[in-house]
Design a protein around this ligand. Structure first.
Ligand code: MSP
Length: 509
């Protein structure tokens, strides 16, 4: 039987800049989601990559004294090299400068032309290079783009896409698919934007060269957002719609984006696709933005957070956990050293790490380093095991909504219950009085930790893997299909020597 499929994408990143916490955040969130789905038996395609065309990148290349191709080859590498350092398990990495992509974008263009959705005209209006976006006079705030980016006046021949005709189909799409845009606040924003009426969109420029030429009129370079958004179908093999990957994975299940680029993904992209007679993605989730110790992150303030610095200082899984746990996914979040250390020491070291360590070191010392014999289970044992067994169902619901923080809260409810159970059952007191009961308690705890470690793999893959090693769990018994009573630990299985998985973060040097 073929497995269900799941296709998830990150935005493709502009290469004018070095990767920072914002890029790492989206990519890690997608990785967590992709890992969850893989462990849950899905055939997953997880795509990330770089957005290399447009005026912004052309200018950055010029500033670096390089031609755009040499420049993009160099900087795209920074993004690609970052992935293994963040333990990202993407299946493909797309660059918009690749041939496969040019072919795909030009085919989308031809489809739009063939269906009568593109016409030649003249653009006269504002353009923000930083946002790579057009703005009407009425949208400017104190002479700048709403994002605060400078705008320039552009007047040039341009092809237009008849976006104004797509207002009704888009509103219908949102209406019929209430989960198409999440969270709800973003959905409301988009619906009210589209309800206010749409203007036709300029989709080509003649004043710079770095991009995909318009088929049959190469004085024009395609608008970088039309180019960039198309990456999501390029990677499935488009224009070959007979391609197996295309048939299996398109439409995408989830485009994960930041809140600043939701309009491009939830308005322009589905409109382009509908106009080209192609299926639209199932969902766009817009996450919030991080600040640094309460301040907006910007190069000019010099407070940009390098994700590799965080990895080095706090540890990779610690950072991944923090980013997923600290704020409700979709809201803005503040990075601070204090909150990071709090999460590491309280959640990871004290609650989860200590639970595993207490149990495993006790078994190593007083249980001959083997999985103890469960014997007959008493009501408190059964209650804890049932909580562990049921956790997967709860997590599926939270992950389906990308509620990563709530999923982690659910996990911690079981961590808390297990810690209370240790205190109540006090296995160290049973060692002499009732060794059989001690074995039952330890077995129950090991089973609980097995569940927790399996279910924590998406967020902290390395650490959860080490925990599973210490529980003697084989590599092929770590998927979610091993959750529950049918796959209990086997008494007598020898265990490796335990060592702590989540150390405390010490500030005293
Ligand atoms: N190239 C476009 C996307 C094209 S997708 C077809 C782009 N690239 S970007 O490199 O500027 O931004 C990538 C992502 O980083 C966006 O989703 C943006 O929201 C995110 N972030 C940038 N700064 C951020 C924070 N401070 N915090 C969280 N995410 C942030 O836009």
């Amino acid at each position: 039987m073929s497995r269900p499929r799941y296709y998830i994408t990150t935005p493709i990143y502009y290469v004018n800049d070095l990767p920072h916490i914002g890029h790492a955040y989206t990519t890690i969130a997608c990785d967590v989601m992709a890992r969850f789905k893989r462990l849950d038996g899905y055939d997953v395609m997880f795509l990330t990559g770089t957005d290399e065309h447009g005026q912004k990148v052309e200018t950055a290349a010029g500033n670096a004294g390089l031609d755009p191709r040499t420049f993009t080859d160099q900087v795209s590498r920074n993004f690609r090299d970052l992935l293994p350092m963040l333990d990202i398990g993407n299946d493909d990495f797309i660059r918009t400068t690749e041939d496969r992509h040019r072919i795909s974008v030009q085919e989308v263009w031809r489809r739009l032309v063939a269906r009568g959705h593109i016409y030649l005209g003249k653009y006269a209006g504002w353009y923000s290079v930083r946002d790579e976006a057009y703005f009407a006079d009425s949208e400017l705030v104190d002479g700048q783009a709403p994002t605060g980016a400078p705008v320039e006046w552009v007047e040039e021949p341009s092809y237009f896409f008849d976006l104004s005709k797509w207002q009704e189909p888009l509103l219908r799409l949102y209406e019929e698919n209430p989960d198409f845009i999440a969270p709800r606040s973003r959905r409301n924003e988009v619906v009210s934007f589209v309800s206010g009426g749409l203007r036709d969109l300029s989709v080509s420029r003649t004043s710079f060269r770095w991009g995909v030429p318009v088929p049959d009129d190469d004085d024009h370079i395609m608008y970088v957002w039309l180019d960039a958004l198309t990456n999501y179908i390029t990677a499935t093999g488009f224009p070959d719609t007979g391609c197996e990957r295309y048939r299996q994975f398109w439409p995408a299940d989830l485009h994960m984006v930041g809140k600043d680029i939701v309009r491009f993904h939830a308005v322009y992209w589905p409109a382009f696709l509908m106009a080209a007679d192609l299926p639209v993605p199932k969902r766009v989730f817009a996450h919030g933005w991080w600040t640094n110790e309460g301040q907006k992150i910007s190069k000019s303030l010099g407070n940009v957070i390098d994700p590799l610095d965080l990895v080095e200082t706090y540890g990779l899984d610690q950072m991944r956990y923090f980013l997923m746990r600290e704020v409700p996914f979709g809201n803005d979040g503040d990075f601070s050293q204090g909150s990071m250390i709090g999460r590491i020491n309280n959640d990871l070291a004290n609650d989860f790490g200590n639970l595993a360590q207490r149990v495993l070191s006790f078994v190593a010392r007083h249980g001959e380093g083997r999985v103890p014999d469960p014997g007959p289970l008493a009501p408190p044992d059964l209650a804890l095991l049932e909580q562990a067994d049921c956790l997967l169902d709860a997590l599926r619901k939270e992950y389906a909504n990308q509620a990563f923080n709530r999923a982690l809260e659910r996990v911690w409810e079981v961590v808390g219950a297990a810690n209370r159970y240790v205190d109540e059952q006090a296995p160290w007191q049973l060692r002499r009085s009732d060794p059989a009961r001690m074995a039952t308690v330890l077995y129950t705890l090991m089973e609980t930790v097995r569940h927790l470690a399996i279910l924590m793999q998406p967020v902290v893959p390395g650490s959860a893997g080490r925990m599973l090693d210490q529980l003697g769990i084989a590599a092929d018994a770590r998927e979610f299909s091993s959750i529950g009573a049918d796959h209990r630990l086997v008494a007598g299985t020898p265990l490796p020597a335990p060592s702590p998985v989540f150390p405390r973060f010490r500030t005293d040097g």
